[in-house]
Design a protein around this ligand. Structure first.
Ligand code: HEC
Ligand code: HEC
Ligand code: HEC
Length: 418
């Protein structure tokens, strides 16, 4: 069994088209299920760091308390080995466990609701026949009252989940539909990119509503909107998802794990389908915090940094700590060091991702499309809160960027969270 998993991992990513037609052969069905499990990023949550694949025990800190993911290997004693396909489908799409208990939505079943029966069948076949059973139980989730009462989720489900099947795009377009399907269902992109409401529910689960993918927040780290990616072309989106970087940006924060465990395994065709779909969403809000005379403003900042006279402390900190990689023009090096001039992360209203990146540094994942790991050191031990604030304020107002200043207090708050 272990052997099969290994071979499957080696042969991924497979072409989607080849698999779509080949459902009859059991090995092809398992391979298709493995690919869909990648698309759904089941690994990210169901594998603890250093643990066996899908054996659970990954800790999710949620608004309700700490929730442990469960063992979804086909073990009959510790996993889902006794699940029928119907029970598996209900767990994945409705959040109902085989014993009838309700799952917490730390498992993104509200997003998975639209997964087709054919894909559920492939996933089930993969988990039963292509994954090695692990007989050790994951730690049990033990929330305090009232969240310990799983039946309460029934009302939450009634109010906040949808019971509709996946709705195809109109006008129908096969490629956009494929992208929409991957984004809305398996990819559960909305679980981070859609704002959450009062009961922690995603404000919308599909693109019939303009809040869908309009930007979220993960413990204070801003998650960008996917409805208006300023200056990103389809190819840039596909590169970012498949390789972890494109000509001017690199993946950071929680998105690193999405690329590492899930998106890098998608076929080129599926990545382009996702990109086309995202670009098809109405761009309702222009991206803010940008100077109107972008080209001139950019060259002015570059000139000041190049001449190096009468620099502010923010500018000086930039030259001493950042310029070697991100350059005086703030444009970095194509495909290697991301741009700070015009970066969505830098210009975001909420500066926490910029502050967090300066303090902690960042590292791109190694992907088969871009194997080398690019590394940015963290500056937490080298710069004081005040220095980080001055530096971030300069970057947010430098070149074409026009985002509000950062205070020492904002930096302190991010540092205290670490
Ligand atoms: C964002 C994290 C996350 C992702 C992604 C995720 N799961 Fe889960 N899953 C969980 C958590 C947490 C639980 C346990 C929830 C609870 O105890 O109420 C769970 C429970 C389950 C269960 C119920 C098992 C049992 O008997 O307890 C199944 C089946 C399952 N997941 C399958 C999947 C599959 C298949 C995928 C990929 C398509 C997936 N999960 C992706 C977090 C996740
Ligand atoms: C676990 C949370 C999470 C999930 C799930 C997730 N994302 Fe992200 N995504 C993020 C975060 C956080 C960022 C910001 C990255 C940074 O700060 O560098 C991001 C950034 C992005 C960006 C770059 C946007 C920009 O303007 O810089 C794209 C494109 C993107 N995500 C696409 C997707 C797609 C498509 C999916 C679903 C297949 C997805 N994401 C699922 C958290 C997530
Ligand atoms: C040794 C080279 C190096 C140095 C020095 C460096 N960086 Fe970086 N920086 C990188 C690399 C590589 C990345 C991409 C890593 C990733 O996002 O996974 C990055 C990413 C970033 C990002 C995220 C950009 C985006 O759009 O995703 C910001 C912001 C940033 N750096 C700011 C700074 C600041 C401010 C300094 C100085 C305090 C600095 N960097 C110093 C190499 C460097």
């Amino acid at each position: 069994m272990k052997h099969i998993t290994k071979i499957l991992l080696l042969t991924l990513p497979l072409s989607w088209a080849a698999m779509a037609n080949a459902d009859q052969n059991p090995q092809d069905l398992i391979a298709k299920g493995a690919y869909l499990a990648r698309a759904g990023d089941c690994t990210a949550c169901h594998t603890a760091s250093g643990g066996k694949p899908f054996a659970g025990g990954y800790k999710i800190v949620s608004g309700l308390g700490t929730i442990f993911s469960t063992n979804i290997t086909p073990s009959k004693t510790a996993g889902i080995g006794n699940y029928s396909e119907k029970q598996f489908a209900d767990a994945v799409r409705k959040g109902i466990r085989a014993d009838g208990a309700y799952l917490y939505p730390a498992m993104p079943y509200p997003d998975y609701r639209g997964i087709t029966d054919a894909d559920i069948h492939a996933l089930y076949t993969y988990f039963m026949q292509g994954v090695a059973p692990v007989d050790s139980a994951a730690p049990a989730t033990d929330l305090s009252f009232p969240f310990s009462q799983r039946w309460g989720m029934r009302f939450w489900n009634y109010v906040f989940t949808d019971d509709k099947n996946f709705q195809a795009a109109s006008p129908a377009n096969e490629e956009i539909n494929r992208g929409k399907y991957l984004v809305e269902t398996l990819g559960h992109c909305g679980s981070c990119h859609t704002p959450r409401g009062i009961a922690m529910q995603e404000k919308s689960l599909n693109d019939s509503d303009s809040t869908f993918l309009a930007g979220g927040d993960l413990n204070g780290w801003p998650v960008p909107s996917l409805r208006h990616m300023d200056g990103w072309k389809d190819k840039d989106i596909a590169d970012y998802l498949g390789a972890g970087r494109n000509d001017f940006a690199a993946v950071g924060g929680e998105m690193t794990s999405v690329v590492q465990h899930s998106m890098q395994y998608m076929s080129d065709a599926d990545l382009m389908a996702i990109a086309h779909y995202l670009k098809s969403l109405p761009d309702d809000k222009p991206v803010g915090n940008k100077k109107p005379d972008a080209v001139q403003a950019s060259s002015e900042t570059t000139k000041i940094l190049t001449e190096g006279k009468n620099l502010s402390s923010g500018q000086l900190l930039y030259l001493n700590n950042c310029e070697a990689c991100h350059w005086t023009d703030g444009n970095g090096a194509k495909g290697i060091f991301p741009h700070l001039n015009g970066s969505d992360l830098v210009r975001a209203d909420n500066p926490n991702a910029l502050i967090g990146t300066i303090l902690k540094g960042a590292q791109t994942p190694s992907t088969s499309r871009s194997p080398s790991v690019l590394f940015m050191p963290g500056f937490a031990s080298r710069l004081t809160d005040e220095q980080v604030a001055e530096l971030a304020t300069f970057i947010r107002g430098g070149w074409s960027n026009n985002a509000p200043a950062v205070t020492t207090d904002q930096v302190k708050k991010v540092r205290d969270k670490e």
